[in-house]
Write a protein that binds this ligand. Structure first.
Ligand code: SF4
Length: 243
């Protein structure tokens, strides 16, 4: 078999495996052959999604993504939003997906929710150059709808590659979608926020998404408290085992 074809088949198999595993973990029943009930053509949805590896740099990951069409969201995006910040960041923020402004500019968290995040970072004496900010999904879902399971499964391997490339000390997941996608749990964000979690040896602090805080400003105090725990570790004054 020609080498390029062999390579492509391996990539297809890795993407399909990730997709099926994600569906299993999400509790969906599988039909004979392993295909989820709710998805018509999973292989097309996740075609050529990469298998997470630790070896790639951020530049290599971006190159690998190219003009990504591994899920249907490529059709509705203007720009792919890869993420930005310090490639050696000790602190990484993960959101859900780009919104309208992010889609226009190609940068994460530059809309209204981004302004709120900037305010929070400023109050914490953090700047965007020292941290890294990304999303689970790199292309904007139409109308800012919640990403679908097949889209998360297709894009998640890129997020994993980014984390492996950066190897931050702490990850802050912003909102339920990011928290569930990373930790592979269905526990509501309201129960997870403010409690340290672990992913592959990295401390993870789930908290609310800035978009949620725009709608429910009374909840901002909770995110502030969550970030105090994060900053205690980041500045070397606490332990992620303390609750
Ligand atoms: S959301 Fe992710 S997997 Fe889907 S097209 Fe965009 S970059 Fe590719």
């Amino acid at each position: 078999m020609p080498e390029p074809l062999k390579k492509e088949l391996c990539r297809l198999a890795a993407g399909l495996k990730e997709f099926v595993n994600y569906q299993r973990r999400s509790g969906l029943q599988l039909l004979e052959g392993g295909y989820p009930v709710s998805i018509v053509k999973p292989a097309a949805a996740v075609a050529a999604s990469p298998e997470p590896t630790a070896a790639m740099s951020l530049e290599e990951i971006r190159e690998e993504m190219g003009d990504c069409r591994r899920c249907k969201l490529w059709q509705s995006r203007t720009r792919l939003v890869f993420g930005s910040g310090n490639p050696k960041a000790r602190l990484m923020f993960i959101g859900e997906a780009p919104g309208a402004e992010e889609d226009k500019q190609g940068e994460p968290f530059v809309g209204e929710a981004g302004q709120l995040l900037n305010n929070l970072l400023h109050k914490l004496d953090l700047n965007r150059q020292e941290i890294f900010i990304s999303n689970v999904i790199k292309s904007r879902p139409p109308g800012n709808r919640t990403p679908m399971a097949d889209e998360i499964a297709a894009c998640r391997p890129f997020l994993i590659q980014q984390i492996e490339a950066i190897r931050p000390q702490i990850i802050v997941t912003l909102g339920g979608v990011a928290t569930h996608a990373l930790l592979e749990t269905k526990t509501p964000i309201s129960r997870l926020r403010g409690k340290w979690q672990q992913w592959q040896g990295i401390a993870v602090m789930p908290t609310f998404h800035p978009s949620y805080l725009l709608r429910f400003p009374q909840e901002r105090k909770k995110t502030w408290e969550d970030m105090q725990q994060v900053m205690a570790i980041y500045k070397g004054k606490g332990s992620e085992n303390s609750e």
